[in-house]
Design a protein around this ligand. Structure first.
Ligand code: 5AD
Ligand code: SF4
Length: 429
C-alpha cells in the first residue's frame, strides 16, 4: 500500500511541475514514506532525516508521509530535527500544497485531514514500479481492530472504491501494456462498495467475489489480490479463481497464531478450526493455489503450549511462504496495555524455530514444482545472467529462466528444472 501511495504521489508531483530524481544528493525536496506496523519507526525516521539534512533546517525541504506522519503529527516537529512538512495517510492528494507552503517559509506545515472526494487513484505509467505490473487499491483502511495492530488508527475506517472505477482503471492499464494487476487493500475480501457499484451483471456470494469476476471480464492477463482476512474469506473466492484463468493461483491468508486462546486475545475473529476449513477448500482446488501467511510470535502471554500450536499449524498448512514477525507493542493499541512478557530472547528463539519449519515447507513446495511447466510473466533481465529473465508464476513464486529470445513483458511457458532457497530455475519451452 505504501509503494502504491508513493507511486500516486510521484504522479501528482510530476503533473504539478515537479521533477522526480533518483539521485538523492541533487534533490531539493525529500519526501519520506513511512510504515509503523512494527518497531520504532520514528527512530529510524529521525536517523534518516539526519542523514538527508546533516545541517538541520534551512537546507533542502524534508517531508514525511505515511503512517508515522499520521500517528505522530505535530510531534515530528519537536526538537527541531529538520522536518519541514508532514502529510497524513489521507492527505497525500494535497502534498504539492504542503510543499509550496513549506517552501514559502510558512514554518512547520501539517495536513492530517481527510481525502478529497475526487482523489485521483490512478498512477501514470512513468511512476509505476514496473511497466508490466500495477497495484490497484480497491479498499483502504481497516475496521477489524486486531488488538496488536496500529493500522486502523493510521489508515482509518474501511472505504471501498467504486467497482466501475476499478474496472475502468484495469481496462486502461491493459491498454497501456500492463499484464498483471494486484488488487490491494488491508482486507480485500471486506470489499463493500455503496449501492452504485457496477457489479450488477456479475454473480458472486460476496461483493468481493463479484468484483473478482468483473475484473476477470476485462481480459487483463493476470489478476492477483492481497491481503485476505480469514474470517470473511468465502469459498466463492476459490470458485471465482477456478472459473477464470486470469485470476491467479495465490491466496495470502494471515493466520497470526496457532492458538485459539491467543487468536481470541488478538480479536482475529477466526479459530484454528474455522481457518483450517477455509484452507481445505483452497488446497482441494483443481487449480494449484499457493497459500501464504503472516504470523506473530511472542504476543503477550504466549506460552510454549500456544507456540506448539503455531508450529503444528505451520506444519499442517504447508505454507508456500510465511512472513514471521516478533511481536512489538504499538502504543495506542489494546495489546499495548498488556505486559510484553515474552522476552526478546524467547521471541527470537520462537522466530528461528518457526523459520526452520517454514524452510522445510518452502523446500517441499519448490521441489514439487520441479519438472512442471508454468506461465511466468517475464518482469526483468535476471541480475545474474543477461540471457536469463526473472519473473513470477501465477502462484507468485519467483522464477529465473533461460528466455530463449523472450523479452520483459512476455508471458512465457517455463519448464522448471531446479529449485534453490526461495527461487525456481527453468527454461522457456
Ligand atoms: N507486532 C508484530 N507484528 C505485527 N503485525 C501487525 N502488527 C504487529 C505488531 N504489533 C504483523 C501482522 C500483520 C503484518 C502485516 O504485520 O502479522 O499481518
Ligand atoms: Fe491490522 Fe487486523 Fe486490520 Fe490486518 S485486519 S490491518 S492485522 S487490524
Amino acid at each position: 500500500m505504501n509503494v502504491s501511495d508513493s507511486e500516486r504521489v510521484s504522479t501528482l508531483l510530476e503533473s504539478e511541475g515537479f521533477e522526480i530524481t533518483s539521485d538523492e544528493g541533487s534533490a531539493d525536496i525529500v519526501l519520506l514514506n513511512t510504515c509503523s506496523v512494527r518497531e520504532k519507526a520514528e527512530h529510524k525516521l529521525y536517523t534518516r532525516v539526519g542523514q538527508i539534512k546533516p545541517g538541520g533546517k534551512g537546507e533542502r525541504l524534508v517531508g514525511v508521509m505515511g503512517c508515522v506522519a499520521q500517528l505522530e503529527g505535530e510531534t515530528l516537529f519537536e526538537k527541531d530535527r529538520g522536518i519541514d512538512f508532514v502529510v497524513g495517510t489521507r492527505a497525500v492528494g494535497r502534498v504539492h500544497e504542503a510543499i509550496r507552503l513549506a517552501g514559502s517559509g510558512k514554518g512547520n506545515v501539517i495536513d492530517l485531514k481527510g481525502r478529497e472526494d475526487d482523489y485521483d487513484w490512478t498512477v501514470a505509467d512513468k511512476s509505476r514500479h514496473s511497466p508490466f505490473v500495477a497495484f490497484v487499491p480497491i479498499i483502504e483502511g481497516c475496521n477489524k481492530f486486531c488488538t496488536y495492530c496500529i493500522v486502523p488508527f493510521s489508515r482509518g475506517r474501511e472505504k471501498s472504491l467504486p467497482a466501475s472505477e476499478i474496472v475502468r482503471q484495469v481496462l486502461d492499464l491493459r491498454r497501456t501494456g500492463v499484464k498483471e494487476v494486484h488488487l490491494i487493500g488491508q482486507n480485500v475480501n471486506s470489499y463493500r462498495p455503496g449501492t452504485d457499484t457496477g457489479l450488477e451483471d456479475f454473480r458472486g456470494a460476496t461483493p468481493f467475489s463479484r468484483l473478482l469476476r468483473a475484473v476477470a471480464a476485462t481480459g487483463i492477463e493476470r489478476i492477483k489480490f492481497t491481503t485476505s482476512f480469514p474470517r470473511d474469506f468465502h469459498p466463492d473466492i476459490v470458485d471465482a479463481i477456478e472459473e477464470n484463468d486470469n485470476l491467479c493461483n495465490w491466496v495470502h491468508l494471515p493466520v497470526q497464531s496457532g492458538s485459539d486462546r491467543l487468536l481470541r486475545e488478538m480479536r482475529r475473529g477466526h479459530t484454528i478450526d474455522s481457518y483450517k476449513k477455509k484452507i481445505d477448500r483452497i488446497r482441494s482446488s483443481s487449480r494449484e493455489i499457493s497459500l501464504t501467511t503472516d504470523i506473530i510470535v511472542g504476543f503477550p502471554g504466549e506460552t510454549e503450549e500456544d507456540f506448539r500450536g503455531t508450529k503444528e499449524l505451520v506444519r499442517h498448512c504447508r505454507y508456500d511462504a510465511a512472513y514471521i514477525f516478533k511481536y512489538s507493542p504499538r502504543p495506542g493499541t489494546p495489546a499495548a496495555a498488556l505486559e510484553d512478557d515474552v522476552t526478546d530472547q524467547t521471541k527470537t528463539r520462537r522466530f528461528l524455530e518457526l523459520e526452520e519449519i517454514q524452510k522445510e515447507n518452502v523446500r517441499r513446495s519448490l521441489s514439487n514444482s520441479v519438472g512442471k511447466v508454468y506461465d511466468v510473466l517475464a518482469e526483468k533481465a535476471s541480475e545474474r545472467d543477461d540471457d536469463h529473465l526473472s519473473g513470477h508464476t501465477t502462484c507468485h513464486k519467483v522464477v529465473n529462466f533461460a528466455g530463449n529470445g523472450a523479452v520483459p513483458g512476455d508471458i512465457c511457458r517455463v519448464k522448471i528444472t531446479d529449485a534453490k532457497s526461495n527461487t525456481l530455475f527453468g527454461e522457456r519451452v
